[in-house]
Design a binder for this molecule. Structure first.
Ligand code: LLP
Length: 447
């Protein structure tokens, strides 16, 4: 058994179910059909795919993609958005976002292959990440993707050698670590000098010059990403982008080429009642710092686009009452890892209309995995939830399914996409046979 993970303690009362639903336009509580995603009752989805299941709202994904694009063009920016598909790599979600004009930001061969399987053209793919393998870089070069974000002198040398040997020219941006504090959870902050990401800002210009001179490389720009779930306002963004702007001036003063600036992702969302900045604020921060350079900008948001658009639907296995009240769900930390990993708060709303209106009392919501850390919420006000009642974990559209595992030999949950009154199962539940697939017991073990 692992040590218990302390979940964040909040002094103020949690938002009510009605407040949680009101803040998420794709959700509604119907007096007869219960909790709905767009026009589809969750109970209908559960009848088809069972629980646990991930449910995404196409309408919400579209609205959010449009809001972000609208904020950027409204600020007069020449901007392109590359969805960070580590947040959600479902092919249907990627295809939908691509139809909204988004490209993708990938961080592995697997993501690159999934993006291509979703018919995202190579010209809309950026490859980020602190450690890309030889094989991954070869594939990126063979596919001739839009841009590779390099994170070290060593990686630049590696890309140069590979591109030259393959007779290709790699378009490379240099990821700069601006050493600013994004004031987010320590596990997801990336722009401090002590973090592993990017090259130190002081060394960046010299490295950029070396990169621009390297055979097989076209130096196309600079990139940064300072962290994720940033809700503390725009100060950290502005500080980071101001440093990038200074660097663009220095690059130009040195007579070196630069075509674009990649501003990364990180825009936070309100999971509980956080005052999260809106895309307009981010667009404004980009405009004031980088807007005068006459360069196109790129963004790599993940969470802001997909997080609020998804939920994890679960059923109650059993309610266990004693000194504490435990609601034991059929979803667990292997499905939604964020509470166990980051003490993250996710709204939990009952699905049936009767439970929705019933009196509340505090409960700990847990999964069946054999770890105390398998706790979604502590002391959460919930109605009586007898076995079979369903609950929805909100804002699970980003870093939900992509972070799930088969721990405790629990098959990966299916994914469902709702669009108005229709829905499609966009990923089947993993079979039990798949859990053993590819495994073998050598003869010399015997049976
Ligand atoms: N670009 C790069 C280079 C990144 O590393 C990330 C996220 C993003 C873009 C997208 O960041 P976003 O817009 O989604 O904040 N598993 C954690 C989040 C880890 C984020 C890692 N990098 C969570 O569940 O909170």
């Amino acid at each position: 058994m692992a040590a218990p993970t302390p979940l964040a303690v909040h002094a103020d009362p949690d938002p009510s179910f009605a407040e949680l639903i009101a803040g998420r336009p794709h959700l509604a509580m119907d007096a007869r059909d219960g909790l709905m995603v767009e026009e589809v009752p969750l109970a209908r989805i559960a009848a088809v795919v069972g629980t646990p299941a991930w449910v995404y709202s196409a309408g919400s994904l579209r609205r959010r993609a449009r809001a972000l694009n609208g904020a950027l063009s409204g600020a007069g920016l020449d901007a392109s958005v590359h969805f960070a598909m580590k947040a959600n790599d479902n092919l249907a979600v990627l295809a939908l976002l691509h139809r909204e004009g988004l490209g993708v930001d990938v961080v592995s061969e697997g993501e690159l292959r999934l993006a291509r399987a979703a018919h995202i053209p190579a010209s809309r793919i950026v490859f980020s990440g602190v450690g890309k393998t030889d094989r991954e870089l070869r594939l990126a070069l063979a596919e001739d993707i839009l841009q590779i974000n390099a994170e070290s002198a060593e990686e630049i040398a590696m890309i140069s050698a590979l591109a030259t040997s393959l007779g290709r020219v790699a378009r490379v941006a240099l990821r700069v670590n601006p050493d600013v504090d994004a004031k987010t959870h320590a596990k997801i902050t990336t722009g401090r000098a002590e973090n592993k990401f990017g090259v130190p800002i002081d060394a960046a210009l010299a490295l950029y010059a070396r990169m621009a001179a390297a055979p097989g490389i076209e130096a196309v720009g600079i990139a940064t990403h300072i962290g994720s779930q940033i809700t503390a306002g725009m100060a950290a963004y502005r500080a980071a982008y101001a440093r990038l702007a200074e660097m663009v001036h220095a690059i130009r003063a040195a007579g070196l080429p630069i075509l674009r600036v990649d501003c990364g992702g990180g825009l936070g969302i309100p999971y509980r009642d956080e005052l999260a900045p809106l895309p307009d604020a981010l667009a404004g921060a980009i405009k004031t710092t980088l807007g005068g350079l006459g360069l196109p900008v790129m963004l790599e948001p993940g969470r802001w686009i997909a997080g609020p658009a998804g939920l994890l639907l679960a059923s109650v296995i059993i309610e266990k009452k004693g000194a504490r009240r435990f609601v034991i769900a059929d979803a667990a930390m292997n499905d939604l890892a964020r509470p166990a990993m980051y003490e993250a708060w996710h709204g939990i709303v009952p699905v049936s209309p009767i439970a929705y209106h019933a009196p509340l009392s505090p409960a700990d919501v847990v999964g069946p995995v054999c770890e105390t850390g398998d706790t979604f919420a502590r002391g959460r006000d919930l109605p009586a939830l007898p076995a079979g009642e369903m609950i929805a974990f909100l804002d699970a559209g980003a870093y939900g399914a992509t972070m799930s595992s088969t721990y405790n030999a629990r098959p990966l949950a299916p994914e469902v996409l709702v669009d108005g009154a229709r829905f499609a199962v966009v990923r089947d539940r993993q079979s039990y046979a798949a859990l053993a697939h590819g495994q073998r017991v050598p003869d010399w073990i015997g049976t």
